[in-house]
Design a protein around this ligand. Structure first.
Ligand code: FAD
Length: 83
């Protein structure tokens, strides 16, 4: 089997990358040392704080807003049974 993209690490960032690349029709292989949906990474936890105000650089703000819209799509995908 061949793949267009290989994602190493399926935490929040890697999972999102794999999901969106797959949605574009690419064949994706995700590699994760702990298996799916584990509790060993930075992305694990029962709550998440997302801020839209960034002192560091205002260019983060449109990225944050885009991320919020994109995560909504990802969560909808999870509800639809995409894993
Ligand atoms: C306690 C805590 C609370 C946080 N709270 C917030 C918050 O409220 N809001 C916020 O915006 N950010 C928060 N952060 C930061 C945020 O969680 C991280 O920046 C983000 O989750 C990082 O995502 P990631 O996918 O890069 O990393 P991770 O979720 O850690 O994913 C990396 C993945 O790579 C895998 N991996 C590593 N090495 C290998 C390998 N050799 N082979 C295969 N797989 C490998 C790991 O197992 C893991 O699944 C928090 C971080 C921590 C630690």
């Amino acid at each position: 089997m061949t793949y267009d993209v290989i994602v190493a690490g399926l935490g929040g960032m890697g999972s999102a990358a794999a999901y969106h690349v797959a949605r574009r029709g690419q064949r994706v292989l995700g590699l994760e040392r702990f298996g799916k949906a584990h509790d060993q990474g930075s992305s694990h936890g029962g709550s998440r704080i997302i801020r839209q105000a960034y002192f560091e650089d205002s260019s983060y703000v449109p990225l944050t807003l885009l991320g919020l819209r994109t995560m909504g799509g990802t969560w909808s995908g999870r509800r639809a049974g995409i894993s």
